[in-house]
Design a protein around this ligand. Sequence first.
Ligand code: ZN
Length: 366
Amino acid sequence: MCGITPYDSGHMGHAFTFSIFDVLVRFLEAGGVRVKYVQNVTDIDDPLFERARRDGIDWRELADRETQVHIRDMTVLGWRRPDVMPRVSGEIKRIVSAASKLHSSGFAYRSDALYFDASKYRGYGRLSHRTRRSMLRKLRDEGLLGKVGPDAKRDALDFPLWRPSAPEEPAWPSKFGEGRPGWHIECSVMAMHYLGEQIDIHGGGRDLQFSHHESERAQSESLTGKKPFARAWMHTGMVRYEGRKMSKSLGNLVKVSQALQRAPAAAVRLYLVSHRYGRDWDFGWQGLARSARLVEQMRKFLADDERAGKRKTPPGRALMDEFNAALADDLDTPRAVRAMRAALRQRDAAALRGMKEILMGSAALS
Ligand SMILES: [Zn+2]
């Protein structure tokens, strides 16, 4: 799972992605599947260094602080913490050795940096279903196009594996000179080290599908010669606010802490997972308030049930079947939420508890 770049505390877009994956992990584990969940922290990245420079603090300090904010937010939202949360800065040796292997096997070449030769990977662009033109357009829009030429890369789709650091940026020694990793190689290296050469599910926000995951797949399969690198890719949609994509540059972020001032953690979490993971959607305060009302009804009913101390009955079979079928159908969380509403209507406390555990994790109801 591609985690955060820790330079600005978590907003609802992040919380949506990680809550959805928490439902997936909990659903798999409830079904008896052993899950190893790895979520990385991209603590080597341009925006992080820029922010640290702007605020006059050490990049490591900024990264530590914002990683803690992320963990705190997601803990309140009831996640099951990932088994491993590796940081890029702790993986440099392995990154250099992967880059070096790609170089010696002819998939990478040196000029002003060490570049991966995208033309060596058949099907570059197929993961994101993009033509060359559309790939180039996205790179240009994101300022990632870079220079093509005799002292730069050979083709605009090639991407750096290792590059010299700018002044004031951290640098590590390597056989390719002092420098730092390119963006994509980190995730290949961490995924392979902590999970193996082939993984079951790779997740992240949809904005990462190209160029990040496309590049990650190309270099991973080139490194190992094994296909596929990931058996399934899951990309979460973008969260909009007031009609526009929630983003730092537009300054329209709704932070997790702001939502928690208006509603209990379980309501925030329920509101997030009431949306289909692959679609874009609009965050709205009314929707959050509706989820808060449902959570309050659940809280009351479960508290009454507890107090009544009746003999425990097993959860209703039909309700649980529908809930499990919903999540087994490409993680249809809105349908699972409807099943949870039905459990509340039918006053089935055992079913409700089981469903709540998966959809809302350990998030508090009040
Ligand atoms: Zn990644």
